[in-house]
Design a protein around this ligand. Structure first.
Ligand code: B12
Ligand code: SF4
Length: 490
């Protein structure tokens, strides 16, 4: 069987492990696969159909490969382009079944399967499910009863229960990175990314992990770790094939399990002298873990602050992390020479100007090397997202792959979209520069706020102009004083 796998998001710093794991499972079960990524076509045309290039390239890939099945890995932000490409495929190849997998079909199955171009959805982990699907298709069997799948057949939807979580994740074939272009495998700062565990057990109200934990209740341990031999075999394979300058561990909370961390940090430097990046919660690091990480080769660590105000952070976001813990975590990282990146959100429920400044001010104290600020988006399947959706917060859809940092999707009760857009664009400027510069930053921000705050329904030329200015403001961050670490790609 031939499976065309589609990654319909723009991903420049990391490799899309979700689709690469699925590709590896497809190959391991004896089938052929190719990946179509839209990332190379990120720059959209200035006039006419913005998706023309992507559509043409996609059709070329389909005609060339003649797949028996097409699989899409879909986040909510990628639904628009996914439905568009699936429809295109169905117009020319109506008999090729289309399966959507990933977080979006998992949290919004009804909405996804309702789409005419989608025949099947895979909920939850997909390696075993796609393997069984291909085996059954090849044998000409009935696919409507496969665990983990919802299958549309003659207008009836067969909804099968979730498959148990894969308990021994050491048995999974390594993500098939060779399917990507070589140039994609040495991303600035992130290098080659790897996951050493699956699942994150916290109840954060804006994250879909809580949803996954709930639907997987009774279906095996949610947090699972790979053993060191298995992790190091993957690293060895990557080194041999791609010669990476660095690794990035994409585990949601890399320091969650101290024993796992100790064992990893003891072994890693005996084998490798390649620096690495990881991410975790500030309450999951202490003096010992940071020393271990530094000695092992960790030189960069992303930690989420999300909100500077403790009430928003702990009551609304359910982070349960004190401000002093955050300050301590960043201080210790600095002490051990590990550069830090902070994740922040603005436009949160209950937020006002004071709480937004709490977030800016906390970052001013911490001065992380890299600062990431996004505008809150209400995702389905998250407690906070569902609440805001019910309160009609969503005014611009979160369905376009361009949705990333500077897109305003919400109508906030206290802030205009322009204010959120402006503060997102100038967040770093407020953090890095002294208050004597604030009148100038405010003035620049007001001018910036003249731009459209969302890309929804924008004519291509206006969209391109907007993108140009956002990029300019982003690039100028590279000249800010302080300990800033500036990335070339936005
Ligand atoms: C790493 C990561 C990223 C990376 C890369 C994402 C990627 N690989 O596509 C980067 C940094 C680029 C990223 C960016 C963003 N991310 Co992110 N990210 C993650 C994270 C932490 C891990 C994803 C991952 O690779 N997991 C490892 C793989 C192996 O697991 P998996 O993705 O679950 O895939 C399995 C199944 O879903 C299934 N499957 C997946 N695809 C397919 C396809 C087929 C055909 C089949 C059969 C099965 C299948 O099988 C896979 C293997 O078992 C998740 C959190 C999470 N719990 O998933 C958030 C998450 C996916 N991200 C999220 C968000 C919101 C974002 C951003 C919008 C953040 C922002 N506001 O800026 C951006 C969007 C970028 C864009 N424009 O596309 C949300 C998604 C919400 C949603 N409904 O879409 C998540 C769930 C976190 C959350 N908030 O809860 N992200
Ligand atoms: S710690 Fe991060 S990944 Fe884990 S549940 Fe909270 S937001 Fe999600």
């Amino acid at each position: 069987m031939k499976v065309l796998l589609v990654y319909p998001g723009y991903i420049v710093r990391e490799q899309p492990l979700n689709i690469l794991y699925i590709a590896a499972a497809v190959k391991a079960s004896g089938h052929q696969t190719r990946i179509f990524e839209i990332t190379p076509y990120r720059k959209r045309p200035l006039w006419g159909d913005q998706y023309a290039v992507i559509k043409n390239e996609f059709l070329k890939a389909v005609r060339d490969f003649q797949p028996d099945l097409a699989g899409f890995s879909v986040m909510s932000v990628n639904t628009k382009i996914s439905f568009m490409l699936a429809t295109l495929l169905k117009e020319e190849f109506p008999r090729v079944p289309v399966v959507f997998g990933g977080i979006h079909p998992t949290v919004a199955p009804e909405e996804t399967i309702r789409e005419k171009s989608v025949d099947i959805i895979c909920r939850g982990e997909g390696e075993e499910t796609i393997t069984e699907l291909l085996e059954t298709m090849e044998a000409g069997g009935d696919i409507t009863g496969i665990q983990g799948l919802w299958v549309k057949k003659e207008d009836k939807i067969h909804k099968n229960p979730l498959r148990p979580l894969i308990q021994n994740i050491n048995n999974l074939p390594f993500p098939d990175r060779a399917l990507l272009r070589q140039s994609r495998l040495n991303a600035e700062l992130y290098g080659v990314n790897v996951v050493t565990s699956r699942g994150c057990p916290f109840p954060c109200s804006y994250c879909q992990n809580k949803f996954l934990m709930d639907i997987y209740k009774g279906k095996g341990a949610f947090v699972r770790y790979r053993n060191l031999d298995n992790i190091f075999s993957e690293l060895d394979e990557i080194i041999k094939t791609f010669h990476p300058s660095r690794f990035s561990f994409s585990d949601e909370s890399f320091t969650l399990n101290k024993d796992h961390l100790r064992a990893f940090c003891k072994e890693y430097p005996k084998r490798y002298s390649i620096p690495f990046l990881c991410q975790t919660r500030p309450d999951l690091v202490d003096e010992e873990s940071l020393r271990l990480l530094r000695n092992a080769g960790c030189d960069f660590m992303n930690m989420a602050i999300e909100a500077g105000n403790p009430r928003i952070r702990n009551q609304i976001l359910k982070r349960n992390i004190s401000t002093s813990k955050i300050i301590e975590a960043f201080r210790l990282a600095r002490k051990f020479g590990i550069r830090t990146g902070s994740f922040n959100m603005i436009g949160l429920p209950d937020e006002d100007m004071d709480t937004m400044w709490d977030t800016i001010n906390l970052n001013r104290i911490l001065q992380p090397e890299r600062i990431m600020c996004t505008i809150f988006m209400p995702f389905q399947g998250t407690e906070l997202g569902e609440r805001c959706l019910a309160d009609n917060w969503l005014i611009s859809p979160i369905d376009d792959s361009e949705v990333y940092y500077s897109y305003v999707s919400i109508k906030h009760p206290r802030f205009s979209g322009k204010t959120l857009f402006g503060y997102q664009g100038f967040f770093d400027y407020y953090v890095r520069l002294s208050p004597t510069w604030y009148p100038l930053i405010h003035a620049l921000r007001y001018i910036y706020e003249l731009l459209p705050v969302s890309t929804h329904h924008l004519p291509p030329l206006v969209r391109a102009g907007r993108e140009y200015v956002i990029d300019l403001v982003y690039r100028a961050k590279g000249y800010l004083p302080g300990k800033g670490f500036f990335m070339k790609t936005r």
